[in-house]
Design a protein around this ligand. Structure first.
Ligand SMILES: *[C@@H]1O[C@H](CO)[C@@H](O)[C@H](O)[C@H]1NC(C)=O
Ligand SMILES: *[C@@H]1O[C@H](CO)[C@@H](O)[C@H](O)[C@H]1NC(C)=O
Ligand SMILES: *[C@@H]1O[C@H](CO)[C@@H](O)[C@H](O)[C@H]1NC(C)=O
Ligand SMILES: *[C@@H]1O[C@H](CO)[C@@H](O)[C@H](O)[C@H]1NC(C)=O
Ligand SMILES: *[C@@H]1O[C@H](CO)[C@@H](O)[C@H](O)[C@H]1NC(C)=O
Ligand SMILES: *[C@@H]1O[C@H](CO)[C@@H](O)[C@H](O)[C@H]1NC(C)=O
Ligand SMILES: *[C@@H]1O[C@H](CO)[C@@H](O)[C@H](O)[C@H]1NC(C)=O
Ligand SMILES: *[C@@H]1O[C@H](CO)[C@@H](O)[C@H](O)[C@H]1NC(C)=O
Length: 799
């Protein structure tokens, strides 16, 4: 029964479940986004062509790898013009493949390039979509109009181009291009979007041959054939692998790197199930872009650091923040008010912060010789045009906004001094954004203080904490309270980015509330499938037995949750507030919680664990600093961290706990003094700041590193073994290896000690010693040095 139900729910979403394989798409065949399976698959089932749903209930007409969980797109017809539901693609009676939107307007078409009309179409096993004549001659091929990817068997002739996407999520045309130029040179260039004007190449093959072609052959080798010159130019040296054993692709990624990927076809090991990079060009994207226009690898005002995974990360210098928290490649903006050029302005309002090995080599406007660092720094401070000064030996450069081509690399030498607003300088102006204001300490249970620093209730998926449910109730009650007359009005006034669902819709989505995922005092969570949502699978939380309690602030908080949006947070999609029904709709996180992943399964790979730790740190940094209002989670633990289909960490339950946890922790479990994930200041009646999350993160980080639970609260032993204490002892004695058992991956990784040191910094009893989450993130990513941590239990043992 349950199995049956599961199948019912999953079927419409599985790519190769019941779709037919189309060897021959005949004239008159059509697909609509409203079809149950809006795609045709190749005879082998490995590729599908049809409608691929993306964010915002839009669709791309694409070709993708259909047999792997990550349905990776390899080609798109309408990347810059996604279509809405109701759109259609048809092979018309005169042999034209035509994409029309829901109002019937043509968005894209493919047709024979000569007088012969197409008689049929087919998705070939190579991933090529072709229009064919009646004698099967190919009249048009998607391989001839590539987007950002080429596949084995595909060649790029002179004049062919690949364009990167904007990001992993946004498939529209981005700012990098790969092209086989007329003179036979293969080049990578950045583009001056929105035009197609190009900047100087940052990588080139330097081949000269007017007949050169880029070949990606079926053994996965890629080279330029230069028939006139005779020699062959290999893009990379690689051991050939068969397309029988591996899916392969080469993509110019959104970060401008051209990467070759393999994916094993028959993998039983869950951890292998991802694309692995076999080679890439250029070697270091952070430093190869040198043109004097354009922003470089990252956006303006940021700097690029090559991460441990050899991918570029874009960082903001102190005093700057991401223009778009969801796309760090879009650059950084100043978070302080600009400096006035009046002579009498106060020097005190600005200060210089140091960044080592960092430079923006192309933003100079002054260059001084034979000066010292102090002179250079003060000159910048006094000059309202100056954003950064660079000191190298006795030379000094002043740099202007926007800073471009930023990079951090040990080869840079010298240091950068960034001018930032002095955050301790008193100001009567609120133009300073909240994240550069000193954070006032605040007590969770004193509501009056929350006027300026709201603590926002968060979304949950399967979280069943009593507090959360209470809060959610209150949200509903408060919204109802204000708008007695109409539920509709109530709903839309709260919505923000949230969708409003009818009860009937959710009843259908959950098949009559059949499959239960979890249960709490005031709620039950059900699994469901939503037709109108692109991703389909949802978790529906149904609230019951709502106690009478109303708090007027909460409506705003609900709106703010709807606005918080980050790839490391679980997203609240919408709600239903109809009659007596109160339901919340979330994305379903199919891999469950981090607790299950770490403690109940075979040990996950070290690499995945590091990615998860960094993901959590990113999510918390967003909540603390990048969200519209600071959100302190207060209940960071592996049960509240969920994993999505690509095992990306997604924080749930954020916000709310703080409001209500105080009573619980301080009155009940707290007294026992058990160290769980809870920072010591909870027990001491001290003010609660975002540093409580840093503490909890430190404990979780240790659990991730060692795949071991920190002492559980219910441990009845007199003297439970506390992971954090064991870790510190082992660290001091240089014996971390002993705690790792047979985890050779972790033992052999030089990042191990660094991660342990970061964790020890996070669990300092003295909250003022703990770094901010942003700093933690930088240390984890290798962008900031990790000093030797002190004994975290120092306070405890002396007080
Ligand atoms: C549908 O496509 C046509 C033609 O491209 C366009 O003019 C029209 O605005 C589109 N309709 C919608 C709703 O996007
Ligand atoms: C059109 O192209 C196909 C495939 O290249 C070829 O077989 C056919 O002869 C061409 N027809 C005309 C009329 O040129
Ligand atoms: C595909 O369909 C066309 C048109 O109906 C027909 O002429 C052709 O023979 C078919 N090809 C195959 C391989 O079935
Ligand atoms: C062969 O390539 C070299 C450099 O790659 C170039 O100088 C030369 O002109 C090419 N010869 C021909 C015949 O294209
Ligand atoms: C791919 O190219 C390499 C090198 O030329 C060759 O050894 C190999 O046989 C080719 N593979 C296929 C499937 O053509
Ligand atoms: C920043 O402002 C504070 C308060 O006015 C002041 O004490 C401090 O000296 C200033 N810092 C600098 C570097 O001017
Ligand atoms: C505060 O604001 C007033 C008027 O807007 C201005 O004259 C004064 O200089 C400001 N004080 C500070 C410390 O910025
Ligand atoms: C604060 O600064 C902003 C921009 O710098 C300005 O528009 C605003 O009038 C200022 N407000 C006060 C009260 O000084």
């Amino acid at each position: 029964m349950i199995l049956h139900l599961l199948l019912c729910l999953l079927l419409p979403l599985l790519p190769n479940s019941s779709a037919q394989t189309f060897r021959n798409i005949t004239l008159g065949s059509a697909l609509s986004t409203l079809d149950e399976n809006p795609y045709w698959v190749s005879p082998s089932g490995e590729f599908a062509f049809g409608f691929y749903s993306i964010k915002g209930e839009l669709f791309l007409l694409s070709i993708w790898f259909a047999k792997i969980p990550l349905k990776t797109i390899v080609w798109t017809a309408n990347r810059d013009r996604p279509v809405e539901g109701g759109s259609k693609v048809e092979l018309t009676s005169d042999g034209v493949l035509s994409l029309t939107n829901h109002t019937g307007g043509e968005i894209w078409r493919a047709e024979s390039s000569n007088a012969t009309n197409a008689a049929s179409a087919a998705v070939l096993d190579t991933g090529n979509l072709v229009l064919r004549s009646s004698d099967l001659a190919i009249l048009w091929a998607s391989f001839d109009e590539p987007t950002d990817t080429i596949l084995p068997g595909q060649t790029l002739d002179r004049g062919s181009k690949l364009f990167s996407s904007i990001s992993d999520e946004d498939h529209s045309s981005g700012k990098f291009q790969l092209s086989v130029q007329a003179d036979g040179n293969l080049v990578l260039q950045s583009i001056a979007r929105p035009t197609e004007g190009t900047y100087d190449p940052y990588w080139e093959s330097n081949t000269e041959d007017t007949q050169s072609r880029l070949v990606f052959n079926e053994s996965g080798l890629m080279y330029l054939i230069t028939p006139l010159n005779g020699t062959r130019f290999d893009i990379a040296t690689e051991i050939p692998v068969s397309t029988r054993d591996f899916y392969q692709r080469a993509t110019i990624d959104f970060d401008g790197v051209f990467r070759k990927y393999n994916y094993p076809k028959s993998s039983t090991n869950r951890n292998d199930q991802s694309w692995s990079v076999t080679w890439y060009v250029p070697g270091d994207i952070c430093t190869v872009l040198t043109g004097n226009v354009g922003s470089g690898a990252c956006g303006f005002n940021s700097y690029c650091v090559l991460g441990q995974d050899e991918r570029p990360n874009c960082e903001c210098p102190p005093g700057y923040d991401y223009v778009d928290g969801n796309n760090r490649f879009k650059g950084c903006k100043q978070t302080f008010a600009p400096q006035s050029c009046e002579k009498d302005q106060l020097r005190k309002a600005f200060e210089m912060r140091e960044l080592v090995n960092t430079d923006w080599p192309l933003s100079d406007y002054e260059h001084f010789l034979n000066v010292d660092a102090e002179w250079c720094s003060n000159t910048c401070l006094d000059d309202c045009f100056c954003a950064v000064s660079i000191i190298r030996g006795s030379e000094c450069w002043l740099k202007k906004i926007p800073l471009s081509n930023g990079r951090r690399d040990p080869s840079i030498n010298g240091k950068a001094l960034i001018k930032v607003g002095n955050s301790s300088f008193p100001t009567n102006n609120t133009s300073f954004p909240p994240n550069v204001l000193p954070t006032p300490d605040l007590h969770c249970n004193e509501k009056r203080e929350r006027q300026h620093k709201l603590i926002l209730p968060g979304s949950i998926i399967i979280g069943t904490s009593l507090f959360l449910n209470l809060l959610l109730l209150v949200i509903f009650l408060s919204t109802k309270h204000k708008n007695h007359k109409s539920n509709r009005v109530t709903s839309s006034s709260v919505e923000g980015n949230l969708q409003c669902f009818t009860y009937k819709e959710l009843e259908e989505a959950t098949n009559g509330f059949k499959e239960e995922l979890g249960k709490g005092a005031y709620s039950v969570v059900y699994k469901g499938v939503l037709r109108r949502n692109a991703q389909g699978l949802i978790a529906v939380k149904r609230l019951t037995n709502i106690p009478e309690e109303v708090d007027k602030e909460l409506k705003n908080e609900m709106r703010a949750i709807g606005q918080s949006n980050h790839k490391n947070l679980v997203k609240l999609l919408g709600f239903c507030d109809e009659g007596t029904h109160r339901l919340l709709v979330y994305e379903l996180m199919i891999h469950g919680s981090l607790a299950k992943f770490l403690f109940e399964m075979p040990r996950p790979s070290w690499y995945k664990r590091i990615q998860i730790a960094i993901g959590i740190a990113r999510g918390l940094t967003y909540l603390h600093e990048e969200c519209c209002t600071q959100i302190i989670h207060c209940d960071v633990k592996p049960h509240n961290i969920l994993l999505d289909e690509s095992f990306t960490a997604r924080i749930s339950d954020f916000g709310l706990a703080k409001l209500l946890k105080t009573d619980q922790t301080r009155t009940t479990t707290a007294v026992r003094g058990t160290r769980g994930y809870v920072a010591p200041e909870w027990f001491k009646g001290k003010a609660i700041t975002s540093k409580v999350d840093v503490y909890s993160f430190g404990i979780v980080l240790m659990e991730i590193i060692f795949c071991r639970r920190n002492a559980a609260i219910e441990v009845g032993r007199e003297d439970p073994e506390i992971l954090s204490e064991d870790v510190y002892d082992a660290y001091v004695q240089g014996k971390l290896q002993l705690l790792l058992g047979d985890d050779e991956e972790a033992k052999n990784d030089r990042r191990l000690e660094r991660m342990v040191m970061v964790a020890i910094w996070c669990v300092q009893d003295d909250s003022s010693l703990r770094p901010s989450m942003r700093k933690v993130l930088q240390m984890l990513e290798g962008a900031a040095d990790v000093p030797t941590p002190p004994d975290p239990f120092y306070l405890n043992s002396t007080v």
